[in-house]
Each structure stands twice: as structure tokens, then as C-alpha cells.
Write a protein that binds this ligand. Structure first.
Ligand code: SF4
Ligand SMILES: [Zn+2]
Ligand SMILES: [Zn+2]
Length: 327
């Protein structure tokens, strides 16, 4: 197999594009795909300051590296969720990556915000991943606003987008279908959200990461079920194998023909957003936003635990306490 561009020995075959490439030509092709994806929807305007969400996973690191190589003004943003070793390792990977490439990194620590994820999990009786996602979106937007960034970039690739689109379509979730895409404009206190990797697949991103020697974060979150969209992704593997190019066609078709129809409908409904009385964040869920309510629940749970402990202590026989002490 020969490289389509320079006729050297190819190292990667991309049937969906009908191309094979050597290392150098693949790296160039990959970066051009990102640039093309940015230009197609004008994701980044001239002079934009972009805050890039870095989880420690390969896609977010690939995104940060490519955007900086393409000359965009990028700063990394990592949220330390305080989930034991998983968070320690993720943070270290982001810190090493930014140091190695001379990139700026902003870190927000959830423990300092009263929202360490293990405490949130103890305080709430809801699935932790949806709450964690809400907290991450909140701080991503809030930090971008506070520090004067124009847009927020995430490392969602074509496979992530296709799996999400399939999931939204299977449920005919009109609100989500109206919002999905590589670009969400700035609105009512929310910064512009962009997904510059929308044209590249997980396979391509993994190859780019490997060929560029990007260190990945391998310690999975202990709360992860590992099942995020995996069934839908594997369905698409078979489909793409049988019909190369179907993924990007389906997604682009949705963006040009499907999404506008859902957007028109959702616009009529509108959303009434008001600033949160506690933190000023735009919210449609009453006077206090979702994250401030989560923080209050954590504080209440901590207080309850302290009360329980002091009650147990008061209730115990003083003799037992003396006997139990090392003295
Ligand atoms: S797996 Fe769930 S709890 Fe863990 S980081 Fe991801 S969203 Fe948060
Ligand atoms: Zn080549
Ligand atoms: Zn709030």
C-alpha cells in the first residue's frame, strides 16, 4: 500500500476517504481536516481566545496540540474532580502535556469549590455522571466568562457526535437535536461552544495521538460504567465497514437538513433564562441554578454527618471514651 500523496510506504488506510498515507502525509492530512472543519462553520474567528477543555484523554490533548500548531490562541482548562488517583493522574498528564508544549493551563479544583465529586455522590441520590457533567459544563462556561475567553472547545470527534446523534434520534429528542452540532453560538451568558474535531474519527485521532507521542491518561474514573454510547458506536463500526463514508455523510446531512428544522421549532418555544441569585449563572430552573443547589445539598449532608458524629459522641458512655483512648 502506497501513500496517496508522496508514494512512500503507507502506514494508515482510510477507506472512508479512499486514501492511504505515510506518517508525515497523514499528520498533515489530519491537521488539514481540523482546519477544514473550523472553516466550514467559522468555529474560530480571527483574534478569538479559545479555552480548551482538557480531561487528560487523547482527544482533548490532540485538539489542544493541533489548534496551537495551526496558530490559534489556546489555553488549556482542566477540572480537578478530586476522584482519588483517577483525578491525580488526569491532572498530572495535563500539566506535563502543557509544560512539554509550552502551553498555558488553568486548573479549577472542585474540592475548593465544595464540590468534590465523591462528596457530591454521597449527598445526592442521582446518577453521578449526569451531575458531574453539569458541574463540568458550569465551570467551563463560568471560567471562560471570568477570564475573558470567546469560545470553549471540546475534543468530541465524529464518532462521539454520531453516537450522540443516533441516541438523540432514537429518542426523537427535539431539544437535543436542535442543539447538536460542532457549533453553538454565544447566547444569554453562555460562551460560544465549538467541537473542532467533528470531521475526524476516533481511529484517526488515536493514530495522530500515537504518532505525535502524546501521553494519555489511563486511570479510569471509578464511577464510569465504561458504557457511554459503546453499543451505538459499535453499530456504526459495522455500518461504516459496509458503507465507507456513511458516518460523515449522515452527520453533515443532519447539520444541513435535519438540525435547521428542529432549531426552528425550538426557537418558537424559547427558554426563559434568569441569572442565579447566588452566582449569577444563567438558569431556567428557578431562582438558584442547578450547581448552587448541588453545593447546598453537599453542605447540608456534611452538616448532617457532623451532627450525627457529635450526637454519637454525646450519647456514648464517658467511661467507654476514656477506655477507648490510647492513654
Ligand atoms: S465517569 Fe462520570 S463521575 Fe467519572 S468523571 Fe466521567 S462523568 Fe464524572
Ligand atoms: Zn506520504
Ligand atoms: Zn448559581
Amino acid at each position: 500500500m502506497k501513500c496517496r500523496r508522496c508514494k512512500e510506504v503507507a502506514i494508515i488506510d482510510l477507506p472512508s476517504h479512499n486514501f492511504a498515507f505515510c506518517k508525515e502525509c497523514f499528520l498533515m492530512f489530519f491537521e488539514k481536516q481540523i482546519q477544514k472543519g473550523i472553516e466550514e462553520f467559522n468555529l474560530i474567528s480571527e483574534g478569538d481566545k479559545v479555552l480548551v477543555a482538557l480531561s487528560g484523554g487523547k482527544d482533548s490533548l490532540v485538539l489542544m496540540l493541533v489548534l496551537s500548531k495551526l496558530g490559534y490562541d489556546v489555553t488549556g482548562f482542566h477540572i480537578d474532580l478530586a476522584i482519588g488517583q483517577s483525578s491525580i493522574k488526569a491532572r498530572e498528564v495535563c500539566e506535563r502535556f502543557c509544560e512539554k508544549h509550552g502551553l498555558t493551563l488553568v486548573v479549577k479544583e472542585m474540592a475548593k469549590e465544595g464540590l468534590a465529586i465523591p462528596s457530591v455522590k454521597r449527598a445526592l441520590k442521582r446518577p453521578i455522571c449526569s451531575v458531574c457533567g453539569k458541574i463540568k459544563r458550569y465551570y467551563f462556561n463560568q471560567t471562560a466568562r471570568e477570564l475573558g475567553f470567546d469560545s470553549l472547545a471540546t475534543g468530541h470527534n465524529l464518532d462521539d457526535e454520531i453516537a450522540r446523534l443516533t441516541s438523540n434520534t432514537l429518542r426523537w429528542d427535539r431539544a437535543y437535536l436542535s442543539d447538536q452540532g460542532p457549533f453553538l453560538p454565544e447566547a444569554e451568558g453562555f460562551r460560544k461552544k465549538i467541537k473542532p474535531l467533528w470531521r475526524v474519527t476516533e481511529y484517526e485521532s488515536a493514530h495522530y495521538s500515537f504518532l505525535m507521542g502524546i501521553e494519555n491518561h489511563y486511570a479510569p474514573c471509578p464511577y464510569s460504567s465504561g458504557a457511554s454510547f459503546s453499543v451505538l458506536k459499535s453499530l456504526w463500526v459495522d455500518l461504516e465497514l459496509a458503507m465507507p463514508g456513511r458516518k460523515i455523510d449522515f452527520y453533515q446531512g443532519f447539520l444541513t437538513r435535519g438540525r435547521p428544522a428542529f432549531q426552528a421549532e425550538e426557537k418558537i418555544k424559547g427558554k426563559n433564562l434568569e441569572p442565579c441569585e447566588t452566582c449569577g449563572y444563567p438558569t431556567s430552573s428557578g431562582s438558584i441554578c442547578g450547581v448552587c443547589r448541588i453545593r447546598l445539598a453537599v453542605e447540608e449532608r456534611v452538616k448532617e454527618m457532623e451532627d450525627e458524629m457529635s450526637y454519637d459522641f454525646m450519647d456514648s458512655d464517658p467511661k467507654d471514651v476514656v477506655e477507648a483512648s490510647p492513654e
